[in-house]
Design a protein around this ligand. Sequence first.
Ligand SMILES: Nc1ncnc2c1ncn2[C@@H]1O[C@H](COP(=O)(O)OP(=O)(O)OP(=O)(O)O)[C@@H](O)[C@H]1O
Length: 258
Amino acid sequence: MTQTSAPREPLLEARGIVKTYGHVRAVRGADFTVYPGEIVSLIGDNGAGKSTLVKMLSGAVRPDEGTITFDGTPITFESPQDARRYGIETVYQDLALAQDLDPAANLYLGRELRRGGILGALGFLNKRAMLDTAEREMSDLGVKLKDITAPVAELSGGQKQSVAVARAAMWAKRIIFMDEPTAALGVVQTKQVLELIKRVSDAGIAVVLISHNMPQVLEVSDRVEVLRLGQRVATFTASEATVEDLVAAMTSGEKEGK
Ligand SMILES: Nc1ncnc2c1ncn2[C@@H]1O[C@H](COP(=O)(O)OP(=O)(O)OP(=O)(O)O)[C@@H](O)[C@H]1O
């Protein structure tokens, strides 16, 4: 495989990952590499195994075979919560937002701040502190919402996506995985979410994107990794690749990147 990156140590490295569902070989010995702070896109045709691979790298699914190293140490993620302890967050396609709750409550979903003292013991939530931090977090990321206290159900698709990304950014220390973050969005909303992703990366957090939008992949990524039939078949430095290069690797399974 062609060398596409400076000689730095990977943050996360997967080798020979296998996942079989019954007779379906979803992932067949895939490799994958993430370097610190980079934006890397994972591309491949429908059914290439992208979502399954990301689920294994973020703790949602256990691989049948293969090794994952994080900061050079072999690890096994037992669950998404386990991966979170390593600073890894995931934005799934369904976003996993609580529609009845406002953005601040969603940012803290499952990790609510409770008041100290007797009120804390009684389980009262510290709503003021959550709202303040959520507002600061979203403003740092450039997420603009007219009413931060309105239920998420009332937001547009792009705003919902931004809340889901902001939540991941608030908790992620090292990597955010995003499964098709702009698939359902219009042009303006897509631009906003891509800007948000760049800000997250500027803050030193690596971002892994699954995307089918090749021009977008080249625009936003530092590197691109190509999966075909459950295996990595190429890697590219985004600034040196064309849409044609990516499509050729996805469809012909050429072993070499550019
Ligand atoms: N839970 C499951 N049970 C059975 N088969 C599965 C399961 N998850 C994935 N698969 C199969 O594994 C293969 C890879 O699926 P996966 O969703 O990882 O591909 P993908 O590259 O993300 O595809 P797409 O671009 O269409 O989302 C497919 O054949 C899919 O049907």
